[in-house]
Design a protein around this ligand. Structure first.
Ligand code: MTE
Ligand code: LUZ
Ligand code: MOS
Length: 820
């Protein structure tokens, strides 16, 4: 490990100025400096709490933890077929391999052989029925990792299987009525004021009566999380049947439950800890469970620490990812392109078990409206059960899959009517006083889509650049430009009400230093940095007093996943609650000693103003300790006002909405299908930012990650064997720094959250993943230009070069002429 950089390095004025200079967007330094001098600790751009450690290679991830003496290593033997039955594992032969200590099969699980997080349909090790190629059949425990992997790789000749016929695609599953959760229906007719099945005829009638009608279908691929740190768990047996698991997970409490069930012990016997992840992106919300369970089962059985770190290819082969979606839709609309009625079937590839597919489909249905008023709408969601990895959370959690469908429909309507797609989008926006009730009957109270899009269209020069692209295309037969502006409205809160709660623990030590622990996990998104800022702000202290520690189920109990973008909203509020209680106790104590009332005591800039004097924060803390005052506190928060009825699919699932919009301009080569993003302009709403630098980083990262999903990241399963063919970076192409546009203008929208969120900020993690819809529709626009905009390009996502060429072929074959 490299020598750590001095922790002060990033705090030195020079290094910080450098850091700022290298950001694509300047934050307002002067304004922030003034706020900071005035005592604010939020709304200030701070480097990530681990930035210095990250760049020095000194931030330990789980595999960097020093291994305890006697540590053993596990590897998983994977199914060589996608469907069928496991007849037997040759355990004796596996055991005889060099350095192998033990072999586990399903029968060796002491508790329940299940790691399903919501529905209990997810075996840890195969118990007979083979569900997908790559399913773990057995675990090898060996003295070193190579030996374990070498033995596990012998799966093909060490297992006896009876192969069956796999069902691989979501459409195939749908045709056979195979689902992991029951179909969902969300139907609303505003005209007749009806909901559910009763509204269905009115929606059909609205489509039939509309001046124009259009029908279509769309295919959108899935996406691998590709966290840089793969799945890993390190389990250490503790006294009296206890188990301590270091797990790279977004959901330590869920891991605690799963390990307890697998071991057949109670929750208090299991401690799960995670200091940081090298990325999670939803892939470690539920799916870290299988590995935590295997490591813990082996550690219990052998009485020794066991580590299970997946190889990248195995990670691809075993774990699920973003759901692929297929859509069939039908709309009726008027001359301005306003949608009067819409019907859509959404079919997802859920994989072999439920995992989070139910809530993902719920979020997809609740985001089909995106920023638009759909008075008459019928949505049907089918989570297809397939013989593939079990798909799961991925940044956006179905929201992107829901919203891209309406964006595709509006894009098609615009082309059909010869209108600018932006005009059609604007014509469909939710109103502010009317036409503002979502299909699930939540009123949109905070709609800023129109002014936000107006600002972005102006600042990006959208109209003029659109005309310029058309002029360019008229004179360019081979290269074609395309441009698109797409908006985002994203609902914030878990769509399962009770998950919207969080806890925190704040300790103030007698030297005035502060330790914060909360239920959220750090995966690179800057949650700990934001929570530390909230605590520093609440206690009016310098940043360097506050340190955040590893997430640990023995500190804060019953936590929710760090997911649904709610990390800072929930844990920030919980930590604020804890810090506030300590501040109030300190104020009472200081006032008693130095005069005045507790409410007059001021905490700012590391000082305490009390009774006409100014004391150091540490002095006041020291005095409070002598006065026997409790210097630590817990804190709790639950999001107010939420409701959700699963049966009718109505209620208020979201506390508020986050908005954004992006304009992207691309150029494509119609001979090769190659393309390039020339420029992207983003205006994104994070309310009143807790940390503009971190938020801009999240927006940029989500934009590029979403662009990868829609353009280069292609998942291919072999149509006969069901093998995932794209299981490594050699065949699965994520974006690199070179794919970032040369002009990338990212700005934060000015405006507070209308709800009482933490310092009026808004969640930022997931919503900006929808911004690069603009890249996809810019590509579609460029393809369309090759056909003189006469034909709607049948462009599937991801828009790989092959997909672009296929769409170009269709556009040109239907009578469009290049150069038109
Ligand atoms: N940013 C980084 N660097 N790494 C991640 O794994 N996950 C995303 C987002 N941003 C992720 C990230 C996802 S899927 C979510 S839900 C949020 O961060 C979770 O963190 P938050 O709720 O604290 O924003
Ligand atoms: N709902 C949601 C969920 O909106 N986002 C999530 O990440 C999630 N995870 C589990 C269950 N419901
Ligand atoms: Mo994020 S997909 O909610 O972990």
């Amino acid at each position: 490990m490299n020598k750590p950089l001095s922790p002060d390095l990033l705090q030195s004025a020079e290094a910080f100025a450098d850091y700022r200079r290298n950001q694509s967007v300047r934050v307002d330094d002067a304004a922030e400096a003034k706020a900071h001098a005035g005592g604010a600790r939020v709304g200030i751009s701070r480097p990530h709490e681990s930035a210095a450690l990250h760049v020095a290679g000194a931030a330990p991830y789980i595999d960097d933890l020093p291994e305890l003496a006697g540590t053993l290593h596990a590897a998983l033997g994977l199914s060589p077929v996608a469907a069928g039955r496991l007849l037997g594992v040759d355990v004796a032969a596996l055991r005889a391999l060099p350095d192998v200590v033990d072999v586990l099969v399903a029968a060796d699980v002491p508790g329940s052989n299940d790691c399903g997080s919501i529905v209990h349909d997810d075996p840890i090790l195969c118990a007979g029925e083979i569900r997908f190629m790559g399913q773990p059949l057995f675990a090898v425990i060996a003295r070193n990792r190579q030996a374990a992997r070498r033995a596990a790789a012998r799966a093909r000749d060490m297992v006896r299987v009876e192969a069956g016929t796999p069902v691989l695609t979501q459409r195939e599953a749908h045709a056979q009525g195979r689902y992991v959760v029951p179909p969902m229906h969300l139907v609303r007719s505003a005209g007749t004021n009806t909901h559910g099945a009763a509204a269905q005829p009115a929606v059909q009638a609205a489509i039939a009566a509309a001046p124009h009608r259009l029908k279509g279908s769309l295919e959108v691929g899935g996406q691998e999380q590709f966290y840089l740190e793969g799945q890993i768990s390190y389990a250490i047996p503790r006294e009296g049947g206890g188990m301590h698991v270091h797990c790279s997970t977004q959901h330590p409490s869920e891991m605690q439950h799963l390990v307890a069930h697998a071991l057949g012990v109670r929750s208090h016997a299991v401690q799960v800890e995670c200091r940081r992840m090298g990325g999670g992106f939803g892939g470690k919300e539920s799916q870290s469970g299988l590995f935590a369970c295997v490591a813990a089962i082996a550690a219990r059985r052998l009485g020794r620490p066991v580590k299970l770190r997946l190889d990248r290819d195995d990670d691809f082969m075993i774990t699920g990812r973003r759901h692929c979606f297929s859509y069939d839709w039908e709309v009726g609309y008027d001359d301005a392109g306003r949608v009067l009625g819409a019907k859509i079937d959404m079919i997802s590839r859920a994989g072999h078990s439920a995992d989070l597919s139910g809530p993902v489909m719920t979020r997809a249905l609740c985001h089909f409206d995106n920023a638009y008023w759909l008075p008459e709408v019928a949505m049907h969601g089918y989570s297809g059960k397939t013989n593939t990895q079990s798909n799961t959370a991925f940044r956006g959690f179905g929201g992107p899959q829901g919203a891209i469908a309406i964006e595709s429909i509006l894009d098609s309507i615009a082309r059909e009517r010869g209108l600018d797609a932006l005009d059609v989008r604007q014509a469909n926006f939710y109103g502010t006083a009317q036409n503002n009730v979502t299909p699930y009957l939540q009123t949109v109270q905070d709609n800023i889509a129109a002014p936000l899009v107006e600002q972005l269209a102006a600042s990006s020069d959208y109209r003029a650049r659109r005309a310029a692209a058309a002029a360019f295309n008229a004179g360019s037969p081979v290269l074609k430009r395309g441009i698109a502006l797409t908006p985002v409205k994203f609902g914030i809160s878990f769509n399962v009400k009770h998950f919207n709660q969080a806890g925190a623990l704040v300790h103030v030590y007698t030297d005035g230093s502060i330790l914060v622990n909360h239920g959220g996990t750090e995966m690179g998104q800057g949650l700990n940095t934001k929570v530390a800022q909230v605590v520093a702000h609440e206690l009016g202290v310098a940043f360097d007093r506050v340190r955040v520690t590893a997430t640990d189920t023995t500190k804060v109990a019953n936590t929710s996943a760090t997911a649904a973008s709610t990390g800072a909203d929930l844990n920030g509020k919980a930590a604020q609650d804890a810090a506030r209680q300590i501040r109030e106790r300190l104020a009472a104590c200081a006032a008693a000693r130095h005069g005045g009332t507790a409410s007059e005591v001021r905490f700012a800039n590391d000082k305490v103003q009390v009774g006409g004097r100014e004391l150091g924060f540490d002095v006041v803390v020291g005095e409070a300790y002598l006065d026997q005052v409790q210097l630590w506190s817990d804190g709790f928060y639950a999001t107010p006002g939420l409701s959700w009825d699963r049966d009718t699919m109505t209620g208020r699932p979201f506390y508020y909405f986050a908005y954004g919009a992006a304009v992207s301009e691309v150029i494509i080569d119609t001979l090769t299908g190659e393309w390039k993003l020339l420029r992207a302009d983003v205006l994104h709403d994070v309310g009143r930012s807790l940390n503009p630098a971190v938020d801009i980083g999240q927006v940029e990262g989500a934009f590029i990650q979403g662009m990868g999903w829609l353009t280069t990241e292609e998942l291919v399963w072999h149509p006969q064997s069901g093998k995932l063919m794209t299981h490594a970076p050699s065949t699965y192409k994520i974006p690199t720094a070179n794919d970032c546009p040369p002009v990338f203008n990212v700005r934060l929208y000015e405006g507070d959250n209308v709800e009482d969120s933490i310092h009026r900020s808004k969640a930022v993690g997931e919503p900006p993943l929808l911004l690069p819809f603009s890249v996809f529709f810019a590509i579609r626009d460029a393809v369309s230009a090759a056909g003189g905009h006469r034909v709607d390009p049948p462009l599937a996502a991801p828009a790989t070069s092959e997909s672009i060429l296929r769409a170009l072929g269709a556009v040109q074959a239907s009578g469009g002429r290049a150069g038109a």
